[in-house]
Design a protein around this ligand. Sequence first.
Ligand code: IMP
Length: 430
Amino acid sequence: MAHAIVIGAQWGDEGKGKIVDLLCPRVDVVVRFQGGPNAGHTISVAGRKTFLHHIPSGILHAGKICLLGNGMVIDPRGFLEEVNSLRAAGIDLKGRLFLSDRAQIIFPHHRDRDGLTEDDSAQKIGTTRRGVGPTYQAKIIRVGLRGADLNDPDELRRRLAAARRLDPAWPPGEEDGGLEAIMALARDYHRQLAPYLDDTTSRLHDLLDTGCRVLFEGSQGTMLDVDHGTYPYVTSSNTVAGAACAGAGVGPGVLQGVVGVFKAYATRVGEGPMPSEEHGEKGDLLRERGHEFGTTTGRPRRCGWFDAVAGRHSVRVNGLKLGALTLLDVLDVLDEIPIAVAYDTPAGRSKRVPASVTQLAAARPVYEIVRGWQQDTSECRSWMDLPQRARDFVEKLEQLLGIRFAVVSVGPDREQTIIRDAAALDALFA
Ligand code: IMP
């Protein structure tokens, strides 16, 4: 039995939710393995908009089991709001939604610290201010709290006493009174989360043993990976395909297929280098046509051209052979479409993403310009429906990246999807 991972191959917001939604009917279980409330999907259920940040959109597919893995950071308040809005929309969650008791818990002081650090311009990353970074920091310095710890008063007291000394997020000026307040909050979180807390690692393996097919859903994107992205302008977790093993508790043999989701141009939210960013009217056009405003923060996204240098890096670090290309229709009105095929750097022309953020900021993209198709593609439903020049563009990207796009998306709706290679998608879970 094969299982697959869907990851973002650029700077996040590639349209992973739509691809997960497309693959859901082929699987029994959807697992998230990193990140937390920094991710975001807007979905319409029964005519009302629901915002999901922790819970995979697979929850909308009746009967699918959704696991929030140990690699995640969970804000109990936000998670419970999502649960309530799904319930209000009539979604039955019984026996379908489980939260790892090994996942780290975000406390209000982690959120506050994220905001304070962002307000200090010397440290500004442009985070989502959801407390994600400070919570991963507490995890790594071994003073974080996990679901399993919330109802263990002695361990909780020991851990919080250590956190008070070591966790830079600990509320300033708070002494023992602060500890008691956080103890009380932890107990309250436990009471509310208890119906969902679970050993998701064992549950996942039990499901695998019974022959269930599993989809691992990544969040953010490869260029935001804490190791492989544009450090320090990154999120605080590994977002690459390999992170699914550690973040869900499976060996690499379980994961055979990886689908890398790319959009047909580039976007980024927050600070950090983005060599193919387009500041002028064309950038505004991409933002307007692509509705490029963040789901989690509402911030306008920075827009630019497809960066095949960053794309190739992503193909390599994720082991991609298969991709999904989204938002192709956004380019419909353009007469010319630049693609960044190399960088000019102070050290010469290069097809590599430099590790140094200073060098990457100094890199100038070398563009290859392809002719646009200037036709509406949003009604196209098969590969041959696409104008020849749109097909040429997709094939050009495939050649630059060395992968095949099995799916091409031409609009936000489910139907606005071209399945170019159904056999490759079937093979993911064969
Ligand atoms: P954090 O994950 O909130 O710490 O933010 C770190 C960086 O990752 C910032 O540049 C954010 O804008 C970016 N980021 C985090 N989550 C997402 C996402 O889901 N989509 C796009 N960018 C994200």
